[in-house]
Design a protein around this ligand. Sequence first.
Ligand SMILES: [Mn+2]
Length: 433
Amino acid sequence: MHIATTHKGTDFDAFASLMAVTLIYPETVLILPKTVNPNVKAFLSIHKDVFEDLYTSDDIDPAKVERLIVVDTNNWSRLDRINKLSSKKDLEIFLWDHHVNVGDISATWKCQEEKGATITLMVRELKEKKVSLTPILSTLFFSGLYEDTGNLTFPSTTHEDAYAAAYLLENRADLTVINSFLRPAYGEKQKNILFEMLQSGSRVTINGFNISFSKIEIDGHVEALSVVVLMYRDILNVDAAFGIFVDKVKDKCMVIGRSNIDALNIGSIMRIMGGGGHPGAGSAVVKTSNPSAVEEWIKELIEGNQQASVKVSDLMSFPVLTVPSDTPMKKVADILRNKGCTGLPVVHDDKIIGVISRRDFRKIRSEAKLQAPVKAFMSTDVKTIEPWRTPMQAVRIMVKHDIGRLPVVEDGKILGIITRSDTMAYFYDLLPG
Ligand SMILES: [Mn+2]
């Protein structure tokens, strides 16, 4: 048996490198430490169906392990409860790491070079071997690269990291997805600007949208302003927020918009203003030092905005296969198998009362229990969503509760179902080409 693992508190570089192992060494069992960092956790939660073959150290028998592949660390103490392997004789150890001169793992074979990220070394290998990458994997690898190199700005960044970045973009890594999972730089300067924005902001309602504007003066270029506007929007909990940053010296205004709802497409507003962006975020530079004129212009554009909105009801599947609450588990198992689905809503008198998934069958230890009704095993804590909500709202609920599908419900009745893959298909289809 060949296994691969990485360090505890798994970050994107570590997780990306672990996933890359399966492309370089097929048939390797991946051991994910129990502690992963919050960004990776959110990523995993929404991509669960893609990265389902992950195990913990409890799942393996050390006696059967012939090869151990370690990525992104060179320390036994940083691995999650597999220290017993350190004393095992005849164990082949392969090491992929960008930290040099540290650690106590003596590898049989290693690729250990000082680079900005471990994934850089692995991408180089994948490129040489001409292994094809899916957009999702490229996106994950890019996240690891960006996180460990601070978007290629840390001094540890090498030219090879930049080559790897280019290669991943060539393989359709999605920067929009990456930006939403990596927490970008937020320092003292940004904090002060946010504080000033909160003090000077105004709120209006246009076409039923709650929108906030904040106009402030800045001198020179400030990093990560879009993050500040995002935080400003989050704190005020409005549908959309605009920061209008006046640069008196250069006689221009930098506009940054953030929207929380698909119905208000920032990208299309910004394109009219000479900038660009996507539905959730965008920016433009306007040649004027009068921020009020810019605010008026945005208001006019929103008033006339005919942007079609994408709702949960546009993405959901229907009709929905459901099972009555008195269906025996045996029959539920047959349906799941025959229809190839991982879970089903349970109904009583047309109303949804629970959800049964493949995982629930783990509770069943005896054949006799298979005759029991589904209501005894279903989970009753059902999360649902209304049809008029946005795909992003669906994603938030799925991430928060770590679930893969949401029944779409109106007045207690199921209209359809939206799954993790539906939302993923939607977000990845936003990619041009
Ligand atoms: Mn790393």
